[in-house]
Each structure stands twice: as C-alpha cells, then as structure tokens.
Design a protein around this ligand. Structure first.
Ligand SMILES: Cc1ncc(COP(=O)(O)O)c(C=O)c1O
Length: 399
C-alpha cells in the first residue's frame, strides 16, 4: 500500500515511545504515577452532567445537529467574552462550536495554507498545532522560546523570506508546556506584526482560567477584564486578523466530552466552518446543553479547580526544591516545566524512558514539544498532593 507523504511526520512521535515505556513499566509490576498527560482527574460539575443526562432522553437531540451548533451555545460563548474581557462578539458570525479545540486548531490550516506556505509555531508547543500544518502540506517555522525571554518568541528573529511566505502564526498563553503567561503588550506586538505582514493570528487559549491569583497585575492590565490573563481579542478588538480557541476541557474538567469553540474574525470563522462542513456534523446537542450549563451556571467549580491545581503546584514544587531540583513556580496552567539536571540535560527522552521504567513515574520529555524543548521535562499535576510527593521521592532515588 502507498500512503501520502503527509503521513510521515505524523508517524514519529515521542509520546508513542513514552506510551510503550509506560506499558512495559506496568507489565513489570510497577505502580504507575502518570504525570505525562494533561488530562484532568477532577470531576465534571453535577449541574453540567444533569444537563447532558436530561438531553439523552430528549428525542429532539438525537438527530444531526446542523447550522453550526445551536444559537444558545454560540450566545453563551459570546456572553462569556463580553463578561470576561469586555469584548462584544456577534454570536451569528464570530463564534463556531468545535468538537474540542484541538479539532479546530488542527483543521484551520486547511483553510489558510497552500502547499509550502509557512506557519509560525511556538517551539516548544502543543503537538497538534504542528499536526494541522502537516495535514495541510504547509511548512513549519518554529519560533524558539527561551527562558531568558520569558518563553515568548522574538518576532524580529524570523527571517524576512519566511515572513513573506507565512500565512498564519499560532500563539498559546498561558502556555503548554512552559506554563509561561503573556502580557497584553506582547499580544499587541503580535497583532501589529501580523497586520503588517498579512498573517492570520491564531491564539489557542485552553488555560485562560487556570491562572493563580498572584498573577494579578502581571497578565492583564485591561480594566474592563475579569480575567487574570488577556485574550488576543483585547489586543485586536476589531478582530482584524485574529481567531481564538477556547475549550471546556480544562476550566470545566470536560476533556472527554469534546467541546470547545472558535471566536474571532468572521471571515476566519466562516472559512473554518466550510472546512468542518466537509468533515463533521458538529458535537452532539446534549453535550452543547452541558457546555451551556457550564458557561452560564455557577463558576464555583472553576474556582475550586484553580485552588486544587495551585495546592498541587505548591506541594510538587516544594518537594522538588527539598530534593535540590530548583524549578520556577508557574503562575498558570497545570504543568511544571523543569530544566533537567546533568547528565540528562540533552536527553529528555532517555530521562523519561528510564524514569518510568525504574520508578513508574511518567513525565513528558521536553523534546516531544519541539527542538527547543530539549533539556526540559513536563510534569502534569493530575494527581493528589500525596501522590505528587511520592513521585518526587521516587525521582530523588532515581537521580
Ligand atoms: C495548548 C492546548 N491546546 C489544546 C488542547 C486540547 O484541548 P481540547 O480538549 O479542547 O481538544 C490542549 C490539551 O492539553 C492544550 O494543552
């Protein structure tokens, strides 16, 4: 059988190697403490589950959902943006429901790139951003993220020839995997750069709510905003070049339900809708009902989720510091991005493979997120503090 060339870059994936290492640790009888996946272990709120459960017995929800989702869902998304960021959004033309935000960010390049066109991506970055560019036969220009720049890219470093052939840039702050946050001034710089060079600005925004209180004053300086970190639309209120992706996976612990939305420039929303129309029939209406309950109901669950991840962050970072592994204290996300000690500084895959084999503690190698991620490891705080502390004890023995 002959397969398309675009399949090739999708085949080699260090996370698949990690899955094999995890499986062999389990087969060897080790207790696995899996900190390698950013899949929340916290429960979905009861009022959300009830809305979905009620829908299941309502026959009107059982057919195809046409017309790009429901007006009620799009309105709930638009209202959220007005409340959180002071941004007015047209729910008819500027919102699109998605089957998880990954689906949207992976499909968008099909609407923007001709074969060979460049996409400017964060390095390290979320793997499906690159995956979508490969599907569209585009080229990736990785923008290196360095600790000394606060893990923000430097636009002036992008070669002019690449800029000239670039059709999209993908940002994502609070950032997975580095946990960095970006100030509004950085987004304003990104918008100006993209406007100047006729580049579409994509912002993947899953960790908008997973931000810790001490960030106040650092992230978002916009007085109308109730969010601790800025939306790209605050830097581009006319929505001239920007589209943002939100997911209910993190804020509402709904990863398995597959629901998110795109919001922003109406032409971009329309183009993504046209790509999706060739691929899917939207998420199930019952899940949309659950998402509306999540977005419009009490936000106490979000506050609890943030408090839980903050407590876990403190437990894990303090334990690492006690064993002499100095890591910065992240202000957002559910991750710890740790620079590897010697002799592992240039071999994060080997570190993670050996760690899980010998101790059962699974982490994600920095190299899996891009070349500039080498020398780092990402721990996802998806277990209770006592298990996180046990993991650090095992890491200490391993080191
Ligand atoms: C940056 C980023 N984008 C997207 C996703 C996936 O979101 P969804 O569940 O909505 O597809 C994740 C999940 O970890 C993520 O970290």
């Amino acid at each position: 059988m002959q397969f398309a060339q675009r399949l090739q870059p999708l085949q080699s994936n260090v996370f698949a190697d990690m899955d094999r290492a995890k499986a062999s640790a389990l087969a060897a009888g080790r207790q696995l403490i899996d900190l390698s996946l950013g899949s929340s272990d916290l429960p979905t709120e009861a009022h959300v589950l009830e809305a979905i459960a009620k829908s299941l017995y309502d026959r009107s929800t059982h057919g195809y959902l046409l017309f790009y989702g429901t007006q009620a869902f799009r309105q709930a998304a638009a209202d959220c943006y007005e409340q959180k960021f002071g941004i007015k959004v047209n729910s008819e033309t500027e919102v699109l429901p998605l089957i998880g935000s990954q689906e949207g960010t992976a499909h968008l390049p099909l609407a923007l790139l001709n074969p060979g066109d460049f996409a400017l991506l964060l390095d390290p970055g979320y793997p499906s951003h690159a995956g979508g560019v490969y599907l569209a036969s585009g080229q990736i220009y990785p923008m290196p993220l360095l600790a000394e720049n606060g893990f923000l890219p430097v636009f002036a470093d992008i070669p002019a020839a690449v800029v000239a052939q670039s059709r999209m840039m993908v940002l994502s702050y609070p950032h997975n995997p580095t946990a960095a946050i970006a100030p509004l001034s950085f987004f304003q710089e990104a918008v100006a750069f993209c406007q100047q060079h006729n580049i579409v600005l994509v912002h993947d925004f899953p960790y908008v709510d997973l931000v810790f209180e001490e960030t106040r004053g650092v992230g978002n300086s916009f007085s109308q905003s109730h969010s601790l970190v800025p939306s790209i639309l605050q830097a581009d209120p006319e929505k001239s070049v920007s589209i943002e992706f939100f997911t209910l996976s993190k804020s509402y612990n709904m990863g398995g339900f597959r629901i998110g939305y795109a919001i922003g420039n109406a032409e971009l929303i329309k183009a993504l809708r046209q790509i999706k129309a060739a691929v899917d029939f939207n998420q199930y209406r019952g899940i949309l009902h659950g998402a509306i309950a999540a977005l419009t109901g009490s936000q106490a669950g979000v506050t609890n989720t943030v408090a839980t991840f903050r407590q876990r962050r403190d437990a894990f970072v303090n334990a690492l510091h006690r064993i002499g592994w100095q890591v910065p204290i992240p202000q957002a996300t559910m991750y710890i991005w740790a620079k590897l000690p010697s002799p592992w500084q240039q071999n994060s895959v080997e570190f993670c493979t050996q760690l899980v084999k010998k101790t059962g503690v699974a982490a994600s190698p920095g190299a899996g997120f891009g070349k500039s991620g080498e020398g780092y490891v990402r721990f996802a705080l998806v277990h209770e503090p006592h298990l996180l502390e046990t993991a650090v004890e095992k890491i200490a023995e391993f080191l």
